[in-house]
Design a protein around this ligand. Structure first.
Ligand code: NI
Ligand code: MN
Length: 222
């Protein structure tokens, strides 16, 4: 089947290849943009960019219920291990882990990463390669020049770019990041969820790159 990417709202994705389902930063509980609850998420893998609540707080519960393998920082995997979830694949920026569906690569992100006051390792982006499609989720990050290097290395077909400003790039910086990634399709995320974030993605106008605005529940097909 085609590879389908469902947007879960805020920064969450659900990637389906037919054989495998990979969640990225699934955040449903307390997410005003979400249409699903955490109990609706069925997946066999979860990639987590960093420990902040709006990316990680539902992961322990989803991982426990589904038995999914979690791909994340060494520190997040250690935290989950202490909670009894041993199916983890720890990594750090620059690493790539082969998987039954393809691979998960961890990339640099300029941000912070903690959960309930505990240091959670490096914040990261992820490139999920599944069913022949390369999906670059930048995580929460500032603009940085090596996004171009990451794009050359991982050749993303689609890039998910945080544009909500304040904690990440805003829309104009996000547009530059999308251009540098080399992806032909860019989706702005991490905006509009709360009043502290930019209300919309106005200004996200990368050149040479198609833009798709997604609401929770909408799907991209490749
Ligand atoms: Ni964050
Ligand atoms: Mn965030």
């Amino acid at each position: 089947m085609a590879v389908e990417i469902e947007f879960l709202g805020h920064a969450g994705l659900l990637i389906r290849t037919g054989e495998h389902t990979i969640a990225v930063d699934p955040f449903l509980t307390g997410n005003p943009a979400a249409k699903k609850s955490a109990d609706d998420i069925e997946c066999d893998a979860i990639a987590v960019t960093h420990g902040h609540e709006d990316h990680f707080s539902d992961v322990p519960g989803i991982a426990k219920r589904t038995g999914a393998t979690v791909f994340s920082s060494y520190e997040i995997c250690a935290f989950l291990g202490e909670q009894g979830h041993e199916k983890c694949e720890p990594g750090n920026p620059g690493g790539e882990i082969k998987t039954p569906f393809g691979s998960v690569a961890f990339t640099q992100a300029f941000h912070s990463s903690s959960f309930q006051g505990r240091y959670m390792g490096m914040p990261m982006g992820v490139v999920v390669k599944a069913g022949g499609v390369n999906i670059y989720h930048m995580g929460d990050t500032a603009l940085f020049g090596d996004i171009a290097l990451i794009g050359k290395r991982h050749k993303p077909d689609v890039v998910f770019v945080p544009t909500g400003d304040r904690f990440t790039m805003g829309a104009e910086e996000g547009a530059r990041a999308a251009e540098m990634s080399g992806a032909k399709l860019a989706v702005p995320i991490h905006y509009g969820t709360w009043p502290l974030l930019a209300a919309d993605a106005t200004g996200f106008k990368p050149s040479g790159c198609e833009v798709r605005l997604m609401q929770a529940g909408e799907t991209l097909s490749f």
